[in-house]
Design a binder for this molecule. Structure first.
Ligand code: 5GP
Length: 136
C-alpha cells in the first residue's frame, strides 16, 4: 500500500519532471495534465489520504502548495489556480498517496464545477447537526 508510484518518483526509480523538493515534500508535473503546468504536491512520508494523514505532514504539504502555487500560475501566464485533492476512490482518488493538484486557470470557461443543489432549511439543519455530531 505504501509503495506507491509517487514513492518511486521520490526515490528516482520512475522519472518525473520535478519542480520542487524539500525534506518533507516533492512537487512534479502531472503525467496527464488537465492543462499545461498541472502540478502535484506529495509528501515524502506516506499517508493514504485526508483520513489518515498526520497534522505535521498535512501542514508540510500545504506549505509547499502555497510556496509553488504562484510559480505554477506565473509560469503559464495564468490568473488563478485550482488546488484540488481527491480522498477515497468514491471521490476519484486513483493514487493512494495523499497529494494536492495545482491546476492553473486562465479563464472561468476552462472548467465545470459540480451541479449545485437546493436544500430546504430543515435539510440544512439536519445535515449540519449530523456533521457536528460526527466531529471527534
Ligand atoms: P488522483 O489520485 O488525484 O485522482 O490522481 C492522481 C494523479 O496522478 C492523476 O492526475 C495522474 O495523471 C497522476 N499520475 C499517476 N501516475 C503518475 C506518474 O507515474 N507520474 C506522474 N507524473 N503523474 C502520475
Amino acid at each position: 500500500m505504501e509503495d506507491t508510484i509517487f514513492m518511486k518518483i521520490i526515490r528516482r526509480e520512475v522519472p518525473a519532471h520535478i519542480v520542487y523538493e524539500d525534506d518533507e515534500t516533492i512537487a512534479f508535473l502531472d503525467a496527464k495534465p488537465n492543462v499545461p503546468g498541472h502540478t502535484l504536491v506529495v509528501p515524502k512520508k506516506w499517508a493514504e489520504n485526508i483520513f489518515d494523514v498526520d497534522d505535521a505532514t498535512l501542514a508540510a504539504i500545504m506549505r509547499t502548495v502555497r510556496k509553488i502555487a504562484p510559480a505554477v500560475r506565473d509560469a503559464v501566464g495564468a490568473h488563478g489556480v485550482h488546488i484540488n485533492s481527491n480522498h477515497g476512490a468514491a471521490a476519484g482518488q486513483i493514487v493512494f498517496h495523499i497529494h494536492f493538484h495545482i491546476i492553473p486557470r486562465h479563464d472561468r470557461s476552462e472548467f465545470e464545477f459540480w451541479p449545485k443543489r437546493e436544500y430546504s432549511h430543515d435539510e440544512f439543519a439536519a445535515i449540519a447537526e449530523k456533521i457536528r455530531a460526527n466531529i471527534s
